[in-house]
Design a protein around this ligand. Structure first.
Ligand code: ADP
Length: 321
């Protein structure tokens, strides 16, 4: 709170924390002593003179603070002072930025296959449909792009379901066996590994305890991580082992594939982050698989980590309650 010429009358505890100064130091001093910002200072002068409220956002170190300034009037209608309410809006602004980035990314990812489909349909209509070899080639491209759109939309729906669900009910309600979850995806993953001439080695001991999540979610983790292992491995081995460490079930997903460069490792769990965009697209990747896996694991109280060496391979380690 400020008096009619902008001297500090009162600073509450929260403001002391936000601005890093205590009331005793700044009381009766001018505002600029507390917040060293000339824009805020000018705005406050205008509020005190004009009697109209105002607001301003300031960036201080890494935080963003929204300051709302309201005049206080005396009985005779003159401004007697002003109150500044400061909100730390750093998290809010960061979330807004993430949402904007996400919408931008989704639009871009949807537009790429659509542009391609549109182009090939036009070429077919322009006469390429009469030439059997071209017709078949272009229809296959259209089919691939359509499947990509479908997986993208399925992944987006999975993410949105994960975010909307009542987590407390979900995570305590179910126990699932890893072997059982694997049986569900076996018909997909075995032929995939076989088609790429990779050895698939699954080592899940009979007495591996159940983990605390629904079978569908557990299957989704196994599928995404094993599919990636196969997708990014051109020869050798893909494996899954299950062990127990203290009160956790530890699942290791390994491969002898291309590996992930050290500088990319911290970012691979971000939505749409891919090390090699062209390769991921070519293999039908959406860039969402790992963010879905991380989401599911953290919802259940588990953790996921990754070790990798370029040219040697990658191991994802999941510790599940
Ligand atoms: P994508 O659909 O592109 O596979 P993911 O979210 O599943 O998306 O993975 C993100 C990126 O992490 C991939 O594009 C790839 O660059 C890298 N990646 C994931 N798993 C592996 C792996 N087993 N080996 C090498 N790179 C991997």
């Amino acid at each position: 709170a400020l008096d009619h010429i902008g001297r500090i009358v009162l600073v509450n505890r929260a403001a002391e924390v936000i601005f890093g100064r205590v009331q005793e130091e700044v009381k009766t001093k001018y505002l600029i002593e507390l917040v060293r910002d000339s824009e805020l200072d000018e705005l406050v002068s205008r509020v005190l003179v004009g009697g109209q409220p105002g607001s301003i956002e300031l960036v201080k170190d890494r935080s963003i603070v929204l300051n709302q300034i309201s005049p206080i009037f005396a009985d005779n209608g003159r401004t007697r002072g002003a109150v500044i309410v400061s909100h730390d809006v750093t998290d809010l602004r960061r979330l807004e930025q993430m949402r904007t980035d996400f919408v931008g990314n989704v639009s871009h990812e949807l537009r790429t296959p659509l542009t391609s489909i549109k182009g090939f349909v036009e070429t077919l209509l322009d006469g390429a449909a009469e030439i059997p070899s071209l017709r078949s080639k272009f229809l296959h491209i259209i089919q691939t792009e359509t499947l990509r759109l479908q997986s993208l939309i399925e992944d987006l729906l999975t993410l949105s379901r994960l975010e909307n669900k009542d987590k407390r009910v979900e995570s305590t309600a179910k126990l699932s066996l890893v072997q059982k979850a694997f049986e569900k995806i076996k018909p997909v993953i075995e032929p995939y590994a076989e088609a790429r001439a990779l050895k698939l080695q699954i080592e899940l001991p009979e007495d591996l305890p159940a983990v605390l999540m629904g079978t569908d979610l557990l299957s989704q983790i196994l599928l995404n991580l094993l599919e990636n292992a196969v997708k990014y491995t051109s020869e050798g081995l893909v494996w899954l082992t299950g062990t127990v460490k203290e009160d956790k079930v530890v699942l290791e997903f390994g491969d002898t594939g291309c590996g992930i460069p050290k500088e990319d490792l911290p970012r691979i769990f971000e939505r749409f982050y891919r090390v090699d965009k062209a390769r991921s697209r070519e293999q039908g990747g959406t860039g969402l698989g790992l963010s879905i896996v991380k989401h599911i694991i953290e919802d259940s109280g588990g953790v996921i980590s990754v070790k990798s060496k370029v040219g040697e391979g990658t191991v994802f380690i999941c510790e599940l309650p």
